[in-house]
Design a binder for this molecule. Sequence first.
Ligand code: SF4
Ligand code: SF4
Length: 73
Amino acid sequence: MNLVRVCDDECKGCAICVSVCPKGCLAMSGELNAKGYEYVSFIENSPCTACGLCFLSCPEPSALTVCRIKEES
Ligand code: SF4
Ligand code: SF4
């Protein structure tokens, strides 16, 4: 299961990542960070493919980290 970690205080709340994710894994959190922006959150157990589109489209280089989790064989 892959996932995306969000650094809440780096997010500017532009929602670009939400709109580009083809799997609907990201959503606005409804919470404000220390800078007053509503930050994004990763929806737990959503079907992230670790495609990296969210990271590549985010204007804040430190806001998102895509984690590809290898399945045990
Ligand atoms: S890595 Fe791809 S599938 Fe996963 S949250 Fe980002 S855009 Fe969506
Ligand atoms: S694209 Fe980046 S700055 Fe914009 S909401 Fe997503 S994580 Fe936050």
